[in-house]
Ligand binder design. Structure first.
Ligand SMILES: Nc1nc2c(c(=O)[nH]1)N[C@H]1C(S)=C(S)[C@@H](COP(=O)(O)OP(=O)(O)OC[C@H]3O[C@@H](n4cnc5c(=O)[nH]c(N)nc54)[C@H](O)[C@@H]3O)O[C@H]1N2
Ligand SMILES: Nc1nc2c(c(=O)[nH]1)N[C@H]1C(S)=C(S)[C@@H](COP(=O)(O)OP(=O)(O)OC[C@H]3O[C@@H](n4cnc5c(=O)[nH]c(N)nc54)[C@H](O)[C@@H]3O)O[C@H]1N2
Ligand SMILES: [Mo]
Length: 762
């Protein structure tokens, strides 16, 4: 019997088609302005061989090889749910009693699923908080550097993830949009919570309205062809030099907006003298962009209303603060911050829904619990946390104590996908006594755990999908029964809460259905207070979605408009109330790698200090999946070359090495090595290679640091260094590599089949 059920994922809304209890197909949500593209990979992924069928325990852990033991190489022993719950409950209680609550690391970073009730990380953190607390993490891999920086400069993080100047305002008012890192169409395929896709139409509407797009990036394909953008190729990690030289040129013309700098900003008198030697010729040597082009870009910004933007990728780099700070300074010198459709904001090309007209609408989410433990790390510093127990970490003017972690618990994230320098992580991962992972699939995170608890996917449970960036709230109907013995994260944790004596506080005595009604009801009430009458739960559930009224087209929202008009009456939330071109606070911290002004500093690794045969690796977001999710599906599989992740290279760089399209290459540096399939593309700048994130980590010898990843996970190559002591964001984009032909026999990719399983007598 065929059934069709409404559903949602971070990669879009869709209808799930089932036959006889199996998911056999999907079709896009009829009201999606652009049908979701990645949904085709869902059925094969849900029924993949890589699903975890039962709870498992690492054999070495059962035999006592725990603290200090390298994980990833042992076989797993299947156990019953009762047994697994007992082991985890006892181990959690023991760790809490012997080492204190801070000894549990529950940062559990990751995107989990779109469903807002079953959101695994929220479920886990609610559970861990009620159980006594845990060491947590702050900020996101996406924009950690900006999260710590922007409050100092503009007093808000809304400028890269919130209610920023929208596309309607840009289309109506701007003549030029300078896009550092482009506006990559592939990044709009996804949006946390599962928004309908309005990304391409928004950009095209701006271009149709007369906005000229300039793509300043190493890759011409960072803007889709329909935008007919100009392409200004730049060496990666050198944008700060370009932007400072543009400011210098504007000053040399006497065209800086002195009034705006005086009334709306602090620190111009400190910044201006540092610009004297930042000439376009100086920047040409660093960026590879001709000085004449730099002057021309600056003059065009003066000549017309201009919007400035940069992708989030720019700040996932060494000194990733600097390009963002410099771009704010450029907007300040132009005096455009808060002028209709002008100024600066970040991430228009980084995720679906960014720059959508936003309304103040409530979100739907699981209520969090209080975490009694105060210790935390900036999210990307997990390896240091494990390497240096008892030490401290500089962060944003503080010294954070690093607790001694005895237990790690992850649900809804994949550290062996997302973290940099995986070989170093593998060594540090030996530090705890016990690692628990809740996962639907045998991902690298599950393979490096001690106790593996199989979780359902969204198709196996009921939920509500919603993103604050979208007009639709979507019902997610259970389409199939749980695969194997998989259980909902909530139910797993409820049983563990039961063992610890707090089931009722965790569940509030609600089952799944009662929770969905409860969360929806709270949202409905909050909507009513804002003047929107949402249908009742049953009507929503039957219909499959709620549609909020569209915001009037052309209305257009400009961030900081009130501040532009009257900075006294509407000060920013910074110490000075103004834009901080120089920050006394940051200068006062004395972090050598983040001074008080936007500054060009040579990255650790970039083409400016590369050996002749080295290439700059950009590990960008994958067009074929969401991070590591959907990697077992057909879209990712079709894109691979001899089963390896494609490495994109300029044809001339390939010819110089005697390499050909379609062959397998070894990509390497001192940190690690992986295989990849070579793809040639003359839209890419010379000296740069692209290798998307997300091919499942597949070491030739599991559990052995330095082992070749045969599949193409770039994080065996990237460096694990905080962007600076101020922000401690990940710096994956600052990475040099070499490549060579792979001459040996091709090792099989085993990432998508289960690891060695050993049945043990009960
Ligand atoms: N080199 C390099 N590395 C990067 C980046 C980069 O640009 N370059 N980008 C970084 C960025 S921006 C990000 S956001 C991170 C992404 O890193 P992650 O968010 O960790 O990546 P995902 O693959 O989305 O991991 C989500 C995991 O949750 C699991 N999951 C899904 N649904 C459920 C569920 O219901 N229950 C449970 N228990 N599990 C579930 C999935 O199977 C998957 O393993 O990667 C970062 N890493
Ligand atoms: N399809 C798909 N979309 C996604 C995701 C996904 O996994 N799949 N992940 C989502 C997530 S979690 C996030 S955080 C966002 C990330 O969004 P972004 O950070 O914007 O995405 P990236 O693909 O890493 O980078 C975009 C482009 O920046 C350019 N670039 C890199 N370094 C530099 C530089 O130094 N200077 C300049 N000028 N350009 C540079 C590269 O050419 C690259 O193609 O994407 C989201 N969108
Ligand atoms: Mo991200």
């Amino acid at each position: 019997m065929t059934e069709i059920k409404p559903h949602a994922a971070h990669w879009g809304f869709f209808d799930a088609i089932t036959e006889n209890g199996r998911l056999v197909g999907v079709r896009p949500f009829a009201q999606d302005p652009v049908p979701a593209t990645l949904i085709e990979s869902v059925p094969a992924t849900v029924h993949s061989e890589a699903r975890i069928d039962r709870p498992h325990v690492r054999k070495g852990w059962l035999e006592g090889r725990r603290r200090g033991h390298l994980r990833g190489g042992d076989a797993f022993v299947p156990v019953s749910w009762d047994h697994a719950i007992r082991l985890v409950a006892e181990e959690t209680a023991r760790i809490r009693a012997e080492h204190g609550d801070a000894a549990i690391y529950g940062g559990s970073y990751g995107w989990s699923s779109a469903g807002r009730f079953h959101h695994a990380k929220s479920q886990l953190q609610r559970f861990l908080g009620l159980g006594g607390g845990y060491t947590f993490s702050v900020n996101a891999y996406s924009y950690a550097t900006a999260q710590a920086l922007m409050p100092h400069l503009l007093g808000t993080n809304e400028v890269f993830l919130g209610r920023m100047t929208d596309w309607a305002a840009i289309a109506k008012n701007a003549g030029l949009m300078l896009c550092f890192g482009g506006l990559a169409a592939k990044n709009g395929y996804v949006c946390s919570g599962g928004a309908a896709n309005t990304y391409g139409p928004n950009m095209r509407a701006a271009v149709d309205a007369g906005v000229r797009i300039v793509n300043v990036s190493p890759y011409r394909a960072d803007t889709e062809e329909a935008l007919a953008a100009e392409f200004v190729p730049i060496r990666p990690s050198t944008d700060t030099a370009l932007i400072l030289a543009m400011i210098r040129h504007i000053v040399s013309l006497g065209r800086e907006d002195r009034a705006f700098l005086a009334t709306h900003c602090v620190g111009w008198e400190k910044l201006e003298p540092t610009l004297a030697d930042k000439t376009p010729e100086w920047a040409q040597g660093i960026t590879g962009i001709p000085a004449a082009t730099i002057r021309d870009l600056a003059e065009r910004c003066l000549a017309q209303p201009t919007m400035l933007t940069a992708s989030w990728s720019l700040q996932r780099a060494d000194y990733g603060e600097q390009p963002y700070w410099a771009l704010i300074a450029l907007a300040a010198v132009l005096g455009t911050i808060g002028k209709p459709g002008q100024g600066v904001a970040f991430g228009y090309g980084s995720s679906g829904g960014i720059g959508n007209p936003r309304r103040e609408m409530p979100g739907i989410s699981l209520p969090a619990s209080r975490n009694p433990v105060g210790s935390f790390i900036p999210v990307g510093r997990i390896t240091e946390l494990l390497e240096r127990p008892g030490g401290t970490l500089d962060y944003n003017g503080r010294k954070l104590p690093l607790p001694d972690i005895r237990m790690i618990w992850w649900a809804g994230g994949n550290p062996f996908h997302h973290h940099q320098d995986l070989n170093r992580l593998l060594r540090a991962w030996a530090h705890p006594e016990t690692i628990v992972v809740q996962e639907p699939w045998w991902t690298a995170a599950a393979r490096h755990a001690d106790i593996v608890l199989p979780a359902t996917t969204t198709l196996e449970r009921n939920d509500i999908g919603h993103s604050s960036r979208d007009r639709f709230v979507r019902a997610m109907h259970q389409a199939i029964r749980p695969v194997g013995l998989a259980r909902n994260d909530h139910d797993i944790l409820a049983d563990l809460a039961d063992a610890a004596g707090f089931r009722d506080r965790f569940t509030e005595q609600r089952d799944e259905g009662a929770w969905l009604r409860h969360l929806y009801g709270r949202w409905q009430q909050a909507c009513a207070r804002m003047g929107f009458e949402a249908p009742n739960f049953d009507a929503f559930w039957d219909r499959g979605h709620v549609e909020m009224p569209p915001l009037g087209r052309g209305e257009g929202f400009t961030q900081f408009a009130d501040f532009q008009q009257d900075p006294q009456a509407h000060p920013l939330d910074t110490p000075s109330g103004k834009v901080e071109l120089h920050s006394e606070t940051i200068a006062g911290f004395g972090h050598a790698d983040c001074p008080g002004l936007p500054t060009w500093m040579e990255p650790r690794e970039y083409l400016g200090n590369a050996a002749p045969d080295e290439l700059h690796l950009l590990s960008y977001q994958p067009p074929t999946r969401l991070h590591s999710q959907l990697d077992p599906g057909p879209i990712a599989a079709r894109d691979k070359i001899q089963g390896r992740e494609p490495l994109v290279l300029h044809p001339a760089d390939a010819a110089a090495r005697g390499l050909k399209a379609g062959q397998v290459v070894r990509v390497f540096n001192t940190r690690g090595a992986c295989l990849a399939g070579l793809r040639l593309d003359d839209r890419l700048a010379r000296g740069v290679v692209l290798l998307a994130t997300g091919a499942w980590f597949d070491p030739l010898e599991p559990g052995v640091p330095g082992s070749l990843c045969v599949h193409g996970n770039p994080n065996v190559l990237t460096a694990d260094v905080g962007s600076s002591a101020l922000t401690q964001g990940p710096s994956a984009q600052s990475c040099l590599v070499r490549i060579e032909a792979w001459a040996g026999p091709l090792p099989p990719v085993r990432a998508h089949v289960p690891p060695a399983i050993e049945e043990m007598p009960a």
